[in-house]
Write a protein that binds this ligand. Sequence first.
Ligand code: SF4
Ligand code: SF4
Length: 140
Amino acid sequence: MSITTARISSAQLKSAFVAKVQKNSDQKLLACYQCGKCSAGCPMAAHMDILPNQIIRLAQLGMHERLLASNAIWTCVSCMTCNTRCPKNVHIAEVIESLRDIAMRNGRRHEHLTIGDVPAETRAELPPIAMISAMRKLTS
Ligand code: SF4
Ligand code: SF4
């Protein structure tokens, strides 16, 4: 069964993980009806192992292991494009931020890249939002 067609049980909806993500992000996960507009506009989608709409679906389902092990929560650059595209006013970027926070509090970090791995000449050319996002994600 795919992520987007998996059924949601009442136990999943009431799980501590779902409650924490909703509280920390101040978002209502169930508002998402999986239209996919967030993923269609995400500039980083091609580099993600799961797409923004799938992140929301997994969060609805309380599938924390898969979420916290994904590279997508670290690949997101917090550009907020998804937030502006969502017809249900779900702030996906804040949900992803809360997932990064939970991951770091559980001792997880991005395994593939630190800011020091990026060559100085590349860092000089990166847009400020990328640097700010990286600093927020890679320093804890
Ligand atoms: S905030 Fe993250 S998930 Fe949303 S569009 Fe930007 S890079 Fe993609
Ligand atoms: S744009 Fe909003 S409603 Fe559509 S899949 Fe993304 S989070 Fe869900």
